[in-house]
Design a protein around this ligand. Structure first.
Ligand code: ZN
Ligand code: ZN
Length: 331
């Protein structure tokens, strides 16, 4: 992680091109959005319990078949991309740009991750980078504990709050503030649509409403919750085997190839902490980053633009990654 750098701002919109968008932004809007009260802890407990109960009921009463496995897999990938491509790389780090309509659609996709709203998530994640491995890092396993970082951090009164002034560049949009407050409406509305689609036979002959809900909603949304928790913990625990630190950042971030596959690229976490402004987390050619590939396709269709793809040469060299330029220089 390298500082709280902001390179440019313009009227009506803030360009956060540094590693760490957060807090008071020089040149930012004078309007302050305040802190929004969080939901009581029992609501979080009820949400997580409901999701796990759905998984247990799915496993016990809805036999898995190939079609349902496909539905679960596709739904998992969409929800994982929602958290990594939308909440993380867009709302937290602004690593690409989108028009207001596209941004609204992105927010609606992001909400399918089932991890509260984009402003809450983005503000907490900016705190994670700014205060990495300190008491103010919401989910550092080093500063708190594994249990807190994995299971309970989001239930505390403080972490349930949304400090909209930590994300003023997006809090200025009323539609985003509404979606952030009522995050559960689009999430459960899509679950209802999935149920109806299964019920009327739109998905596949072998999938009815209940099985669509069980394997298309509860199982994948619960798995995505655990994938995010694995990033929050194992990707900041270098003492656990299976990862490597390419960069000696001031935090404890680790690259984990297996987690990168499971999380569509988020597992290249040490790379990400070294250069968080980039839209890509896989730096070497072999570091598979499906989230980034989808962003490139979206940019090719002009749905989004200004995707920050370039990793500076000095950062690649610092990580021992051979670039075309360095190969040319050696030749
Ligand atoms: Zn991290
Ligand atoms: Zn990040």
């Amino acid at each position: 992680m390298s500082g709280n750098r902001v390179e440019a701002s313009r009227p009506g919109g803030i360009e956060l091109t540094g590693d760490l968008p957060s807090g008071r932004i020089p040149g930012g809007p004078s309007a302050r959005y305040g802190v929004r009260a969080g939901e009581p802890p029992w609501v979080s407990v009820a949400r997580v319990t409901e999701r796990h109960l759905g998984v247990v009921l799915a496993i016990l009463f809805v036999p898995l078949n190939l079609r349902l496995a496909w539905l679960a897999g596709i739904s998992y990938c969409i929800r994982m991309w929602a958290i990594e491509g939308v909440y993380h790389r867009y709302f937290s780090h602004r690593s690409f740009k989108a028009g207001r309509g596209a941004q609204l659609v992105l927010a609606l996709i992001g909400l399918q991750s089932g991890q509260r709203g984009p402003l809450w998530w983005g503000a907490k994640h900016r705190d994670h980078h700014k205060f990495a491995e300190t008491e103010r890092d919401p989910h550092s396993p080093a500063a708190h504990s594994f249990t807190t970082a994995y299971f309970t951090w989001f239930r505390t009164r403080e972490n349930a709050l949304t400090n909209l002034d930590h994300i003023p560049d997006f809090a200025r949009f009323p539609e985003l503030r509404w979606l952030d407050r009522y995050y559960y409406v689009p999430f459960y509305a899509c679950a209802a649509l999935l149920f109806v689609a299964g019920h009327v036979g739109l998905l596949s002959p072998g999938i009815d409403g209940i099985s669509a809900l069980a394997w298309g909603f509860y199982v994948p949304s619960c798995l995505v919750l655990h994938s995010t928790s694995l990033i929050n913990t194992l990707s900041h625990m270098p003492q656990v085997p299976g990862g490597f630190r390419r960069y000696e950042c001031s935090d404890r971030s680790v690259n984990r190839p297996l987690l990168a596959i499971l999380t569509l690229g988020a597992g290249w976490h040490n790379n990400h902490h070294r250069h968080a402004a980039a839209a890509r987390a896989g730096f070497a050619w072999w570091e598979c980053d499906p989230t980034y590939y989808v962003l490139r396709v979206m940019a090719a269709f002009r749905i989004i633009h200004d995707v920050k793809s370039t990793i500076p040469e000095e950062i690649l060299r610092e990580g021992g990654i051979e670039t075309r330029k360095s190969v040319r220089q050696q030749a």
